[in-house]
Design a protein around this ligand. Structure first.
Ligand code: SF4
Ligand code: SF4
Length: 381
């Protein structure tokens, strides 16, 4: 059994105010003796963290601040998300990484998989073996991995994960997912009360709310407030962003759309609809099977084939009245780059709407080029 980490190291004292705020928030979690599980992927079943009265936090970093440090150990032509996350981990610049008692990885893409081997030199790391097919055999393997994960958590934190605890955790996470979905569905309207960038900030910010039970009320209040106070946006080309996880430095793509007359009405990426489209079935008598079934269905390009991404995109394009699709790829991300042809064919041939893919990284150097391409795309719509 381990001691829960609670103290803030001196290095954090110098940091900018907003970063300090997140340190303080995460420290509150630790002061209550709650385990913090650092995760890199939406496939980690967050219900497991809740079932040990802990919380899971995303360690996917989205800034280029630590990429130079990461490149001392990792190849330069690797996805910036992997380099940035690793860089924050080894430089102790990420409070979430610092305070994570255990880091959990999944065998998704090869770059991440191999990065975890180095990460394990600095932190306790457990890697869940994620099948790359959503088949019957895949589900059996994934369910076994969830049982294994439960054993690891129980032993590591000295807490028991019972069926009752899991059922309760499923209800908490379902309520949170339903509330987030209800919030972003405001973008289905013809007249919308927030820009895509504002929506993104809400979606991203809410993932750092560690009290999951508080989320539904917070979002309900926010929704009422923006509908009554904000001016409505209408008549602009409606854009869907899909592809690699977006946020942080890659908000430049959202800004390019909204600075050139469009509005981003939906995000299919992780952080948007992808991971929360489906809830876990409640009260089935077998909560582990129910959790396994929900999570394996996530339509990530690491799955082959990946029909669930197409299914979700199809529904989003219709429901949000999407006029154009932007597929955002991080440099050197093979799964999403190879899958892009399918998305292009789907958008152009099945939905009759324009599509562009944009490859980018976490630097500022391509902002001019992105603006030019996105402006031409919006003009064409
Ligand atoms: S895009 Fe895929 S690998 Fe990346 S966080 Fe999402 S589910 Fe995980
Ligand atoms: S963006 Fe692509 S390469 Fe990067 S971690 Fe995700 S799947 Fe892997």
């Amino acid at each position: 059994m381990i001691d829960i980490k609670k103290d803030l190291p001196e290095i954090f004292e110098d940091f900018a105010e907003n970063r300090q705020n997140s340190f303080l928030k995460v420290r509150e979690v630790k002061e209550n003796d709650n385990p913090l599980i650092g995760v890199f992927c939406k496939f980690f079943p967050q219900e497991l963290a809740i079932a040990i009265d802990g919380t899971a936090v995303s360690l996917c970093s989205t800034s280029d601040e630590t990429i130079a440090d990461a490149e001392k150990d990792l190849p330069r032509n690797l996805c910036p998300l992997i380099k940035s996350s690793y860089g924050f981990a080894i430089t102790d610049k990420c409070p979430f990484f610092y305070f994570s008692d255990l880091v959990v990885g999944e065998t998704t893409c090869d770059g991440k998989k191999k990065m975890y081997e180095y990460l394990a030199e600095t932190k306790p790391v457990h890697v869940m073996e994620l099948p790359n097919k959503q088949s019957k055999e895949g589900l059996v393997l994934w369910e076994k991995e969830i049982y294994k994960m439960i054993d690891v958590l129980e032993e590591y934190f000295g807490r028991k994960i019972t069926k009752e605890k899991l059922e309760e955790a499923i209800k908490i996470k379902n309520a949170e997912r339903t509330a987030v979905k209800d919030f972003y569905e405001i973008m289905k309207n013809d007249e919308i009360p927030v820009s895509g960038l504002e929506l993104w900030h809400v979606l991203n910010g809410i993932t750092f709310e560690f009290d999951k039970r508080a989320v539904p009320k917070q979002l309900k209040d926010l929704k009422e407030k923006i509908f009554s106070e904000n001016e409505k946006i209408t008549g602009k080309p409606r854009i869907l962003i899909t592809g690699c996880p977006i946020g942080g430095a890659t908000e430049k793509v959202i800004e390019a759309v909204e600075n050139h007359g469009g509005v981003v009405v939906a995000y299919e990426n992780c952080g948007g609809a992808k991971a929360i489209d489906r809830n876990v079935e409640e009260d089935t008598g077998d909560p582990i099977r129910a959790i396994a079934e929900k999570y394996i269905e996530i339509g990530c390009a690491c799955m082959s084939p990946n029909p669930n991404r197409m299914d979700l995109l199809n529904r989003i394009v219709d429901q949000y009245k999407v006029d154009g699709v932007i597929d955002m790829h991080l440099q050197a991300c093979q799964p999403f780059q190879v899958e892009s042809l399918k998305i292009k064919r789907f958008a152009n041939n099945e939905k009759n709407i324009p599509y562009i893919s944009i490859e980018t990284d976490y630097s500022q150097s391509d902002i001019g080029q992105i603006n030019t391409r996105v402006a031409a795309f919006i003009e064409m719509i």
